[in-house]
Design a protein around this ligand. Structure first.
Ligand SMILES: Cc1cc2nc3c(=O)[nH]c(=O)nc-3n(C[C@H](O)[C@H](O)[C@H](O)COP(=O)(O)OP(=O)(O)OC[C@H]3O[C@@H](n4cnc5c(N)ncnc54)[C@H](O)[C@@H]3O)c2cc1C
Length: 433
């Protein structure tokens, strides 16, 4: 890149960055999207897209990327296994979210989203790492003037959207701090050839054992990837665990993945796990500062991952669209995005994430899952109970929902959030300013 200028500079071309670049370009802004990697590139992920993610893609006008006629699998819901039972939980019927999910290898999905952003008019520069920001004081407010890249070039911008994912180097420079002591995830994924790539259910194993049969913290997943993607007829097989500073997950997720694959091999006619990779997941908005006058963090950089299912692609897409839609207001506000963006995130996700963090933290208590598991997974109440759990864990509840479950969940979210604000406002300034 040569020294240049743009109106909206987006750092990071994962789902959050590409979606932001696409939407800003469509809104007529002059956009530059940069990523330190060349595309197509892999991203450690389960590749699962629940109805919330399919809806977010639809809002971006990109649902064709995951349509069945594009060779993407039609996933109808979850099959949960463990504690002596197996339960099927179809996606719930919902006025906003479709009753369909899918799974797409990230190398395919992210590349398609980048191409979409470029087709909408965004400029793209890949293989360049952003390393620093240059700020200035304008009428008492600190603004980002330019971003500096590893090759020494500088890009001046009016707005900076930080979509760097979990590593978030620039965001840290600007004061974004990930509160890792709270609940977060550690997970590993692999690709395995399987003739069952078009199985229409996501499978989740809630009870994992190592090679010696000893129960391990965490859960396993098998997401069918269809038969025509980059990996042929294949599944994404992985496992993850929740961790807090009080109760760190003492588990080697790569080793556990190998045991899990071996246990599922016969049933799924699995090939050897390939592309094994592990990573941490920031969750539940557990970051301190997500915006300044002319910059905002989106996606994983703002810890927008659901603590109850590890999903972040949908929140990456949603937050990208939301921040771009906010720019016309920020254009006319002396404070810009500084207060507006965290307030929006708190309003949109604060209650749900607060409750999900609390529930996820509870799940790190040894013995709790093995005590509750048999109740939820066996007997006549298993199907309705798990159907409800799948809906709540997928955050497939909106404020407009009037049914009893939704109202109880929304009320519990408000209570949880109020408790956080009252007791932890100082120590845990989530989505802080
Ligand atoms: C093992 C695992 C399984 C998961 N499974 C699922 C799942 O099944 N479904 C789901 O919805 N979510 C899942 N997630 C979470 C999901 O992967 C993330 O939430 C999602 O990728 C966030 O998107 P993003 O655009 O914010 O960041 P990313 O996808 O991480 O993209 C960030 C981009 O920024 C670039 N970048 C970073 N720093 C710089 C820099 N300084 N300069 C230039 N470029 C930079 C990177 O190269 C990268 O391309 C999983 C995560 C893990 C770890």
């Amino acid at each position: 890149m040569n020294d240049t200028a743009c109106e909206v500079l987006v750092v990071g071309a994962g789902p959050a960055g590409s979606a932001a670049a696409h939407r800003a370009a469509l809104a007529g802004r002059d956009v530059l999207l940069v990523d330190m990697q060349d595309f197509p590139r892999d991203k450690t992920c389960g590749d699962g897209l629940t109805p919330r993610a399919v809806h977010a893609l639809d809002r971006l006008g990109a649902s064709d990327l995951v349509a069945a006629d594009a060779g993407r699998p039609e996933i109808r819901g979850l099959k949960l296994h463990g504690f002596g039972g197996s339960v099927t939980a179809p996606w719930p019927a919902h006025p906003r979210f479709p009753a369909r999910g899918t799974a797409v290898a990230r190398s395919d999905l992210d590349n398609a989203l980048v191409e979409r952003a470029v087709a909408s008019g965004a400029r793209l520069s890949t293989g360049v790492k952003a390393v620093d920001v240059d700020t200035e004081l304008v009428r008492g407010a600190r603004r980002v003037r330019a971003v500096v890249f590893a090759d020494g070039t500088r890009v001046r911008c009016r707005y900076l959207i930080l979509a760097e994912g979990v590593r978030s180097g620039l965001a840290r420079t600007l004061g974004t701090q990930w509160l890792r002591g709270l609940v977060h995830g550690v997970a590993a994924r692999s690709y395995c050839a399987s003739p069952l790539g078009d199985e229409p259910w996501i499978h989740s194993h809630l009870e994992l054992r190592d090679d010696d049969g000893v129960a391990q913290p965490g859960y396993g997943w098998i997401f069918p990837l269809g038969t025509e993607g980059t990996h042929g007829s294949a599944v994404n097989l992985g496992c993850g665990a929740l961790s807090t500073s009080q109760r760190p997950a003492k588990v080697n997720v790569r080793k556990l993945l190998a045991s899990y694959a071996a246990q599922c091999r016969d049933e799924w006619a699995l090939g050897e796990p390939t592309h094994v990779a592990s990573a941490l997941l920031p969750m539940g908005g557990e970051v301190t500062r997500v915006a300044g006058t002319n910059w905002a963090a989106v996606g994983d950089t703002a810890a927008l991952v659901n603590p109850l299912n590890g999903e972040g692609i949908d929140y990456a897409l949603e937050s990208a669209a939301d921040v771009v839609d906010m720019l016309p207001d920020a254009d006319h506000c002396p404070d810009g995005l500084r207060h507006m963006w965290p307030a929006h995130l708190r309003g949109r996700y604060g209650d749900a994430f607060s409750l999900a963090r609390r529930a996820a933290t509870l799940l790190t208590r040894p013995g709790l899952l093995s005590a509750l598991g048999p109740v939820g997974m066996r007997g006549p109440l298993a199907e309705p109970l798990m159907g409800t759990a799948a809906r709540l864990m997928g955050n497939l509840v909106t404020p407009e929902d009037r049914d009893l479950t939704a109202r109880a969940w929304l009320a519990a979210g408000r209570l949880s959030s109020a408790h956080d604000r009252f007791w932890h406002a100082e120590s845990r300034p989530l989505f802080g300013v």
